[in-house]
Design a protein around this ligand. Structure first.
Ligand SMILES: *Cc1c(COP(=O)(O)O)cnc(C)c1O
Length: 400
């Protein structure tokens, strides 16, 4: 791999002709054909393809019930609603996550209690979780950050001691496992996301996994207006079916069009993980001497899903902040992400729950320094080289 840049290249010039989109989905001809077949089939709503995807996903995860929904956020919301939380009930959520994790708690009528994360793993800090448990705490939502398996053993021990539900946010963690057992099967429920940037995508989509048959049945009803079982068949060739509303539910069902994309995506997930690992190692090798920290190695006995490659910029050794560096990469045609600006720093949570930035120092520290580099299985070696070149040049330029 060699640079094709003119000798006069400057920091504001693209390093490549086309923009390298962050989190670009990996869409094959087979995926397109699968969606087209469904469109032609005459049944595009919730139906046989969704049932097939649920079966394949449940089998892959090793969960007896997998319930498809139309986003990771709706999965988190339903899992909260299914706990019958009351006003004043508290749910512990790490501050280093996407807004959907905490919003699900609020939409279910309860209060999120934000806790700090371990600065090394970026997953929930178990000691801070323990210190945050009150008489009102009902549940905890650990987030398997970037695809890294959280300290579930310690979390489950605390949860049992304090009678808490555990809902795993597995949005980054389809492939994540510990001793062969998948993330999402350790707590009471696991919520997965198939958003466009995620390792398996259905455009928008999600899945709730649980081994509890009663909770699964309730969630299935809640996901379709609260109608009784199999109401989705009501327009099928089996004739119109009468239905009954059992409780006020939501419109969170997945469509067959989405599932038709998810089925071939899921078939490739392990092959894609191998490519993700290769890119990961290329990045690790290329950035050893730069003013940044690369991600920690995965914990022993775990499989990391390699969803996000997040570096921590050593901004004390740089003349600029993270946003300036991200802007420079953007001008060079390299798209990156920020995962995340901690929730307790955002206006709503700050104002509503009275958080100060210094309350959760690790999450705040990460917020200012983290940068996610492109990591998708369809990236070529040249794409990887462009990212490496661009980041190296940019950090050199901005080093004191
Ligand atoms: C993507 C994501 C969600 C929400 O998933 P959607 O499918 O986009 O609704 C929730 N939590 C985390 C950590 C995520 O990354």
């Amino acid at each position: 791999m060699k640079s094709s840049l003119p000798p006069s290249w400057s920091i504001d010039q693209p390093v490549r002709a086309s923009y390298l989109v962050f989190g670009r989905p990996d869409i094959h001809e087979k995926d397109i054909q699968s969606v087209v077949d469904t469109l032609r089939s005459g049944w595009i709503g919730t139906g046989p393809r969704v049932a097939e995807f649920e079966g394949a996903f449940g089998e892959y995860i090793g969960s007896s019930h997998a319930l498809a929904v139309h986003s990771g956020s709706s999965g988190l919301h339903l899992s909260m609603v299914a706990l019958d939380l009351k006003p004043g009930d508290e749910v512990i959520v790490p501050s280093m996550t996407f807004a959907a994790t905490a919003n699900a708690v609020i939409h279910a009528g309860a209060t999120p209690v934000l806790v700090d994360v371990d600065p090394r793993t970026m997953c929930l800090d178990v000691a801070h979780m323990e210190a945050s448990i009150s008489t009102r705490t009902r549940a905890v939502i650990p987030v398997h950050f970037a695809g890294r398996f959280c300290a579930m053993e310690a979390i489950m021990r605390l949860a049992e001691a304090h009678n808490l539900f555990v809902i795993e946010d597995c949005a980054h963690a389809v492939e994540t496992r510990f001793q062969g057992r998948h993330a999402g099967t350790f707590g009471n429920m696991g919520a997965f996301s198939f958003y466009v940037t995620k390792n398996v995508t259905t455009g928008e989509g999600g899945m709730i996994c649980t081994d509890d048959p009663e909770r699964a049945a309730r969630i299935k009803i809640l996901a379709l207006h609260g109608l009784d079982a199999d109401a989705w068949r009501r327009f099928s060739d089996e004739g119109f079916k009468q239905y009954e509303v059992l409780e006020p539910g939501f419109k969170y069902n997945m469509m067959d069009i989405q599932a038709a994309l998810g089925i071939p995506q899921l078939e490739r997930v392990e092959a894609n993980l191998k490519r993700r690992c290769e890119i990961w190692e290329q990045y690790d090798d290329a950035f050893k001497d730069l003013p940044l920290d690369t991600p920690e190695e995965e914990e022993r006995g775990t499989v990391h899903a390699r969803h996000l490659y997040t570096v921590i910029l050593d901004i004390d050794r740089l003349k600029s902040d993270r946003d300036t560096i991200q802007e420079a990469l953007h001008r060079q045609n390299i798209g990156t992400g920020v995962h995340y600006r901690a929730l307790h720093l955002h206006k709503y949570y700050r104002d509503e729950f009275r958080y100060k930035p210094e309350d959760l120092p690790h999450a705040r520290w990460i917020s200012d320094r983290t940068l996610s580099l492109p990591l998708s299985p369809q990236m070529t070696d040249e794409d990887v080289y462009d990212v490496v070149f661009s980041l190296r040049k940019t950090l050199q330029y901005y080093t004191h």
